[in-house]
Design a protein around this ligand. Structure first.
Ligand code: PEP
Ligand code: MG
Length: 631
């Protein structure tokens, strides 16, 4: 592709309005607007698009495209004594633009190689243009000689350069000439946005009740969404178990991801009906579709209420076997939901939220406060804190800026320095987090979980560091629990699953992460819509690994749980119980539904059913068996 993939670049754009990315003081957040009540299609027939069902629930609302608002240039002149202050404003906008471009450059690592190759030279070109370039020199000169505002100077200079480029004799690359002119204008626009403080991509203006539609949404962007303003989310890209999907589930926002071409089809303000269970988005719904969708919204709310009544009932099978149902926590905002859902503790606290959307790394005190408040909020129910699991699409700018990221991420970030590998290579980062968790553990039952483990040696190294940190804290006089919190590992790679018998000798517990386990077993990116049809956590290959790891743990009477997304699917409860699993951790909103399935199950039946499933080697047959039991 000869031309940069602008849409991808735009999807990586900053979210200045939330103050998250550029460090600029955000413009005042507008008072929440309420979206107009959607009306039936007046413009053309309805269109039904299909994607990946990610978060159940029906949303009806106008489309809010996360596009960039135009930066209006207020032209103006200045007095001679304002030249210095105007030049200072220009310098600040240049510094801001440079910071943004460096961040965008760092983020390229998460894009496919092809897109990186397209965009990197472009960003490098931009960085040059805001150095000692003709554009910057010219803008400064206009401020001092023509006595105009910085905005006017930048707009006029960028325009003059673009016109001059286009006026040059047409060589053998007229397209290149046009491109260079556009690039100058683009960098001019960036400077103008920073001068006028008009955000790049803002979710702050999201009208209450709107449906956010964009090409892609990063997990860090999703974490900034306010679920109380949002009816739903639909994107062109993304997969069912990627981290964006997990974040949206945590927020409880109905979502359909991976709808090819969606953002091209809809316009801001179009009414859409989004069904997060069917995985459909209807654009310009007819009166009949709207009426059905409104009924579905009411029915969904009713079924939620019904399930909520299970909150106080125990998670026990029909034949009296107790099952532990815990919640996964992605964001502290979920804590009230966890309490409402009746979860018996937190089975997976993904600590990444502490590290994303910030420029600096959280220190020990900051982390300690967060862990302690979560542990206290759980009122004696256990909390399993997973140490930082950087990798794949979970990008963390602060790690870049502190030089903790490897210089070259390599062509396959998912197979590179991620999870525990990164922590072992950055001991300071690891020790700070361990210290914070150890100190917080005095507040209640805590367990510590290591991500992306593949060898027993890694677990031994981690344990050595863990014990060393504990000794140091005790010397410092910190209050720690008498017994150090158990140190468990994620089983989320085929290697770990197949070596589970050896790993069980090193770890205190297993948490089976079927999201990554399915991804690595099937060689299918969990967040990639193009291969989403191949992503199947109940593929026999994945289930065999789950069984192998579970049996390795059970032989040693070691605790084992499932914390991947399959744990939230009530249809899979009989199978997982039949495999011997008795502990599940899931997004909080799934707990009631899974509890209902647990209370309906009988262990003997489950064991028989699991044997039938495990005898199958054809994924389609497994799905058919699961469908049959769900009837
Ligand atoms: C998993 O891989 O299944 C898991 C629970 O971890 P995460 O989704 O955070 O990668
Ligand atoms: Mg994982």
């Amino acid at each position: 592709m000869p031309w940069p993939n602008w849409s991808r670049l735009a999807s990586m754009s900053e979210i200045d309005a939330d103050g998250a990315d550029t460090g600029s003081s955000p413009p005042p957040t507008p008072a929440p607007r309420r979206a107009a009540r959607p009306r039936a299609a007046e413009l053309g027939p309805e269109r039904r698009l299909s994607g990946i069902a990610v978060v159940a629930g029906v949303a009806i609302g106008p489309v809010f495209g996360a596009t960039e608002p135009a930066a209006a240039v207020v032209r103006g002149s200045i007095e001679a004594d304002q030249v210095t202050s105007e030049t200072t404003r220009l310098d600040a906008a240049i510094a801001q633009s440079r910071k943004q471009l460096i961040k965008l450059r760092n983020r390229l690592a998460v894009l496919p190689e092809e897109s990186q190759g397209e965009i990197a030279p472009l960003l490098d070109g931009y960085l040059k243009m805001i150095g000692p370039s003709r554009l910057i020199r010219g803008a400064r000169k206009r401020i001092s000689d023509k006595l105009v505002t910085a905005e006017t100077a930048v707009a006029d200079e960028a325009d003059a350069i673009a016109v001059a480029i286009l006026a040059m004799p047409v060589g053998d690359d007229p397209a290149g000439q046009r491109r260079r002119a556009d690039e100058v204008r683009e960098i001019g626009r960036r400077l103008l946005r920073n001068l006028t403080r008009v955000p790049f991509r803002s979710f702050a203006g999201l009208p209450v009740g709107a449906v956010l539609v964009c090409e892609t949404l990063r997990p860090a962007d999703a974490a900034l969404l306010d679920p109380s303003r949002l009816a739903g989310v639909a994107t062109d890209e993304g997969g069912a178990d990627g981290h964006t999907a997990i974040m949206l589930r945590a927020l409880g926002v109905p979502a359909v991801l991976g709808v090819p071409g969606l953002s091209q089809v809809v316009a801001a303000g179009d009414t859409v009906v989004l069904d997060g269970e069917a995985g459909t988005v209807v654009v310009n719904p007819s009166a009949a579709t709207l009426a059905t969708a409104r009924r579905a919204v009411t029915a969904f709310a009713r079924s939620r209420q019904k399930l909520a009544r299970l909150r106080r009932l125990p998670a026990v099978t029909a034949d009296g076997e107790a099952v532990e149902l815990q919640a996964n926590l992605e964001l502290p905002a979920e804590l009230p939901l966890i309490a409402q859902a009746g979860a018996a503790g937190i089975g997976l606290l993904r600590s990444e939220f502490l590290f994303i959307n910030r420029d600096t790394l959280p220190d020990e005190a900051t982390q300690f406060e967060v862990y302690r408040s979560v542990i206290e909020a759980m009122g004696g129910d256990p909390v399993t804190i997973r140490v930082l699991d950087w990798g794949g699409e979970k990008e963390i700018e602060a790690l870049h800026s502190h030089g903790l990221m490897p210089a070259a991420i390599g062509p396959n970030p998912a197979l590179g320095v991620r999870g525990l590998r990164l922590l072992l290579s950055a001991p300071e980062l690891f020790e700070t987090q361990l210290a914070a968790i150890l100190r917080a553990a005095a507040a209640g039952p805590t367990r510590l979980l290591l991500p992306m483990v593949t060898t027993a040696a890694e677990v031994r190294s981690a344990r050595e560091i863990y014990e060393r940190v504990a000794r140091r804290l005790r010397r410092r006089g910190e209050r720690l629990p008498d017994q150090l919190p158990p140190l468990g590992i994620m089983i989320e790679t085929p290697g770990a699953a197949l070596a589970a018998d050896a790993l069980a000798l090193e770890a205190d517990f297993f948490a089976i992460g079927t999201n990554d386990l399915a991804m690595y077993t099937l060689a299918v990116d969990r967040g990639e819509s193009a291969v989403a049809h191949l992503y199947d956590p109940v593929h026999p290959a994945v289930l065999r690994l789950v069984r192998f790891a579970t049996e390795a743990a059970l032989r040693l009477r070691m605790p084992v749980s499932v914390c991947g997304e399959i744990a939230s699917n009530p249809r899979l409860v009989p199978l997982l119980l039949g495999l011997g699993l008795r502990s599940f951790s899931m997004n909080a909103s799934a707990v009631p539904g899974v509890k209902q399935a647990v209370r309906a199950a009988k262990i003997d039946d489950c064991a028989r059913f699991a044997r039938r499933v495990m005898d199958e080697s054809d994924p389609a047959r497994i799905h058919a068996l699961l469908d049959d039991t769900a009837q």
